[in-house]
Design a protein around this ligand. Structure first.
Ligand code: MN
Length: 324
């Protein structure tokens, strides 16, 4: 592995790419419940890291947790979103979803749901009924992906992506692999349709093997470690539930797993626009947030037939979070 020699004016040789430097490791102490189904750690969020992580806004890691069998519904009832996409990746258990644009379904281990809220949906997210009755281990990630201003009021879209549609690429010595959910890796194209160029790779890393991952120069790049520990560029290991943030400059990162690990590589072209968010809405201005609240309250984002949820209480007077 060639380390790019800082300070030299020479370009790397053709067969050697410059390394993206690890900028910092984000450690989260936050733990909270989303509804009664999702014991979540927020591994990153836009109020602190919006411009650094753009186009990614937030990542909630639910579980791993054991749930006892129940006939109750566990999860979050009807609530809105506007201005971005929610991407749900299930590792264990089942998630059932229904939204006001007609999207819905159940996803299980390895499956992904890529929901474009854009101009607005209301939806509900629960554990799958069969899983709830059986009980067992539950583990999932929900990633929020921002939309550029021009697409924030696009029609909603729902992509249910089954595990079998996601190509797997063998890495390094062959004991490591990447599932390409979005973007491209080694010629394999991910099935997810995205509004801006994004890579989402679900990595299974083996101890004592190293792999160079090519990530385009200029892309925001983050490595989210869910289980195990991952050394990058020969430096400090990123532990479980930590996120390594890389410089945008450079074309490769070298991952070298200290133990068997599961991690998500997130990369994308940054959206250089203001981020103003309030609860389930992420827009560009405070006025657009007020409009989102008004549109939700007047029913313009729709409703779910038979939804049993209590309505979200969103005060117009509440101060939105603004970054940059
Ligand atoms: Mn939601």
């Amino acid at each position: 592995m060639h380390e790019h020699d800082e300070g030299t004016a020479m370009a790397p040789a053709n067969d050697e790419r410059s390394t993206k430097k690890l900028r910092c490791i984000q450690r989260s102490v936050d733990r909270h419940w989303v509804g009664n189904g999702f014991p979540v750690r927020t591994l990153f969020a836009y109020p602190n890291l919006g411009p650094v992580l753009s186009p990614f806004l937030l990542l909630d890691y639910a579980g791993p947790a054991e749930f006892a069998p129940t006939t109750e519904r566990r999860g979050v009832g009807e609530h809105p979103h506007r201005g971005f996409e929610t991407v749900t990746i299930v590792y264990a258990g089942e998630v059932e979803h229904r939204d006001s644009s007609g999207g819905g379904g159940k996803i299980g281990p390895g499956d992904v749901q890529w929901m474009t809220a854009a101009r607005g949906v209301v939806h509900e997210e629960f554990h799958g009924r069969d899983f709830a009755r059986r009980g067992g281990r539950f583990e999932m990630v929900q990633l929020w992906v921002n939309l550029p201003a021009r697409d924030k009021m696009a029609p909603p879209r729902y992509q249910s992506i089954s595990s079998s549609e996601i190509p797997t690429v063998r890495l390094g010595g062959g004991r490591q692999e990447a599932r390409v959910i979005a973007g491209e890796l080694a010629g394999a194209k991910g099935p997810a349709k995205t509004f801006t160029p994004i890579h989402v790779w679900d990595l299974r890393l083996a101890s004592d093997e190293r792999t160079d991952l090519a990530v385009p120069d200029g892309y925001t790049t983050a490595l989210v470690v869910l289980r195990g520990a991952v050394r990058v560029n020969g430096a400090e290991a990123i532990q479980a539930a930590e996120v390594g943030l890389f410089d945008r400059t450079g074309e490769t990162i070298c991952v070298d797993s200290a133990k068997d690990a599961t991690a998500l590589l997130l990369a994308g072209v940054p959206i250089e626009e203001p981020i103003v968010g309030h609860g389930p809405f992420v827009m560009n201005t405070t006025q657009e947030i007020r409009q989102a609240i008004a549109d939700y309250q007047s029913g313009k984002m729709g409703h779910l037939a038979g939804a049993s949820a209590k309505p979200l209480v969103l005060g117009v007077a509440a101060t939105p979070t603004t970054t940059r």
